[in-house]
Design a protein around this ligand. Structure first.
Ligand code: IYR
Length: 230
């Protein structure tokens, strides 16, 4: 390493940060282009069964796992399922919970709010999409002596990682949606996950069906979501 490329703080090595972007580029133009690109992302519920290479899923999950996390514990496990029997089992279990949710757990107000999205308890995408990614948060870890240690800011950390996962999926030209069958404990059982993991989000991943239709939604304006203090 060249001189000046690293220092030690409290005995821990720190390496010099190199900006990833050309600092002389037009950052107004670049940030606007990124906004326009990310604004083209939509939650899609109609999938093609066209296969997606495993390498793409690996890259997407590697991208998500670069997310910042409490004390850099990276408190997450992403389970990527392409096995047809497992996907069918997950669909059966999810639809069981969803039927109960739509029939008995949701308020009238909630159902009214969901009406524009045209969702119901049927989840065919759980079998049609070539991959299901199930994000598990890791609430605690065991150290070498078998002692339990809680992770930090676990919900914040996995939420950020899932946001980056969704961005990586969009960048690959694929689509997803954030499916939250509730309760999700059946995923612990079906995927045989250890007791320190809790299912957080289920994301089907694949190509959009052609044609696929999405609700005609508009997003809040900047004024509605942002307050400047200058
Ligand atoms: N989890 C259910 C219901 C659902 C709830 C909300 I809030 C949504 O934005 C969409 C769906 C389901 O996945 O259908």
């Amino acid at each position: 390493m060249e001189d000046g490329d690293h220092i030690f703080i409290n005995g821990y090595k720190h390496v010099r940060y190199t900006p990833a972007e050309d600092l002389e580029s037009d950052i107004i133009e670049e940030s606007d282009a990124f906004y326009r690109w990310i604004d083209s992302r939509r939650s899609v519920r109609e999938f093609s069964d066209r296969p997606v290479p495993k390498e793409v899923i690996e890259n997407i999950i590697k991208a998500a796992s670069t997310a910042p996390s409490g004390a850099h514990k990276q408190p997450w496990t992403f389970c990527a399922v392409s096995n047809a029997e497992l996907k069918s089992l997950i669909r059966v279990e999810a639809e069981k919970e969803e039927l109960e949710t739509y029939s008995n757990r949701m308020s009238e107000r909630w159902k009214k709010d969901l009406a524009p999205l045209a969702t119901d308890h049927h989840k065919p995408f759980l079998e049609i999409a070539p991959w299901l990614i199930i994000a598990f948060k890791r609430v605690y870890e065991y150290d070498e002596s078998g002692e339990k240690h809680n992770n930090y800011y676990v919900n914040e950390s996995i939420g950020i990682a899932c946001g980056m996962l969704i961005t990586a999926i969009h960048k690959a030209g694929l689509v997803t949606l954030t499916h939250t069958p509730s309760p999700m404990n059946f995923l612990t059982r079906v995927l045989k996950r250890p007791s320190n993991e809790r299912a957080y989000l289920l994301l089907p991943v694949g190509y959009a069906k052609d044609p696929a239709y999405v609700p005609d939604l508009s997003r809040k304006s900047l004024d509605e979501v942002c307050v400047f203090y200058e």
